[in-house]
Design a binder for this molecule. Structure first.
Ligand code: ADP
Length: 177
């Protein structure tokens, strides 16, 4: 992100974040209710670089962020090397794993691959500030919340695309503010 490219003051995080209103919802992981096969299906069905982890679909409270490549490697490794890990094993991003009923398969603990404090802004944050944070912290993505609930995600590419669009539409607003 080049320093010369500036945003008009009016653009907010909600204008740049995905999903758009017409898009399918954000692809998230839940902290303790998905199985190995659920997560493998999510990986197969999407190509996103990462997934926010939430407490539950109902709460949409953000717990952390997991990179796609770390998920793939950890699940592959666990399936090969860890006793009792099967498709129906439940995945836990929580600190503690509740005791599993005797008949259920071994749980897979993946808290160690989760970023526990992914960068977050609210939907009303000015994009000017978001861009500044991306530059200064070298971020690849940033999550967007409203009243503590996860709403969306902004990647570096989303910002670049938005800048290009703004430049096409109204070059003056980019050059002179
Ligand atoms: P990039 O923007 O660099 O291509 P991604 O492949 O991760 O990075 O994201 C592609 C698009 O999907 C971006 O517009 C991004 O905002 C969006 N996106 C990223 N992660 C998710 C996700 N977990 N659920 C829904 N949309 C996502």
């Amino acid at each position: 992100l080049e320093a010369k490219e500036e945003f008009s003051h009016k653009t907010l995080a909600m204008d740049v974040m995905r999903p758009r209103r017409s898009d399918p919802p954000l692809s998230v992981l839940t902290q303790d209710s998905m199985t190995v096969e659920d997560v493998e299906a999510l990986i197969a069905d999407t190509s996103y670089s990462g997934f926010p982890v939430v407490v539950s679909h109902e709460s949409q409270r953000l717990v952390g962020f997991v990179l796609r490549r770390d998920l793939i490697i950890s699940i592959e490794n666990a399936r090969m090397r860890q006793d009792g890990i099967v498709s129906t094993s439940r995945i836990f991003f929580t600190e503690y794993t509740p005791p599993q009923p005797p008949s259920s398969p071994a749980p897979l603990k993946l808290r160690s691959i989760m970023d526990l404090s992914p960068f977050t802004v609210t939907d009303h944050t000015a994009m000017e500030i978001v861009v500044d944070i991306f530059r200064k912290l070298g971020l690849r993505q940033c999550l967007v919340t409203h009243n503590g609930r996860l709403l969306g995600i902004i990647t570096k590419k989303d910002i670049l695309k938005h800048m290009a669009q703004m430049a096409n539409r109204d070059p003056d607003s980019i050059l002179f503010n």
